[in-house]
Design a protein around this ligand. Structure first.
Ligand SMILES: Cc1cc2nc3c(=O)[nH]c(=O)nc-3n(C[C@H](O)[C@H](O)[C@H](O)COP(=O)(O)O)c2cc1C
Length: 205
């Protein structure tokens, strides 16, 4: 029996590849153009389809849109990340849930109760799985921002313990990345930095 493709998958056209990959940039200034909550919700509608181990989906997102919220956040950012964050119409604090296993019966119905029980005492393993898989989901989240016609400015330059204390005290969420979201402002891009040469990045077996 031949194993012919049963379903032809769509291919993203050149315009889509530019929006998501080849011409997408990291924004460092933002225009004074509002980003509606509906747009932020739409970003999540796309990002939530990311793959993750055992479909565990540990990524959580706190959208900060108010000036007060941004003031609370920027105190904990590296100096160089403060002005652009205050200028961004929306900021996402991406976090992972160390208690993601509580959702296993919902997200993996066939083996959820078994997985939840197996993870119950494995605090360190949950933490490392949550950090790894939420980072994977984060990459998809950044593409979702771009797919929504917006620019993203991811930043790891902040004090994670302080941000957790400020926003997530008493919860199972742990901050991982702060992402500015908006329309690019004046002079928004740093010079494009080179990518690792293909011959150094790829191996073939
Ligand atoms: C995990 C991560 C952490 C980053 N942290 C910072 C940061 O703290 N401050 C900053 O200005 N840019 C930060 N960046 C932005 C990167 O420098 C930028 O995405 C990279 O140079 C590629 O730029 P390009 O998208 O314009 O080509 C970060 C990006 C990522 C993905």
């Amino acid at each position: 029996m031949t194993n012919r493709a049963q379903q032809a998958l769509d291919v993203l056209d050149d315009a889509g590849r530019k929006v998501l990959f080849t011409e997408a940039r990291t924004a460092n200034t933002f225009a004074e153009v509002a980003v509606a909550d509906d747009e932020l919700a739409m970003i999540w509608e796309l990002a939530r389809w990311s793959p993750s181990a055992a479909n565990g989906q540990p990524l959580r997102v706190l959208f900060v849109r108010t000036h007060e919220g941004k003031e609370r956040l920027v105190r904990h950012l590296d100096e160089g990340n403060r002005a652009k964050t205050l200028s961004a119409p929306a900021v996402a604090i991406l976090a992972y849930d160390v208690d993601f296993h509580e959702q296993m019966p919902t997200v993996f119905p066939a083996r959820g109760e078994m997985l939840r029980a197996a993870f119950a005492d494995q605090v360190d393993r949950r933490e490392s799985l949550a950090a790894y898989n939420s980072a994977l989901q984060t990459g998809v989240f950044l593409l979702a921002v771009r797919a929504a016609g917006l620019a993203a400015g991811p930043m790891a330059g902040f004090d994670r313990a302080d941000v957790d204390e400020e926003f997530f005290a008493g919860t199972s969420w742990r901050s991982q990345l702060v992402v500015n979201i908006g329309h690019p402002g004046a002079d928004p891009w740093f010079p494009r930095r080179p990518r690792v040469p293909v011959e150094d990045a790829l191996a073939w077996a």
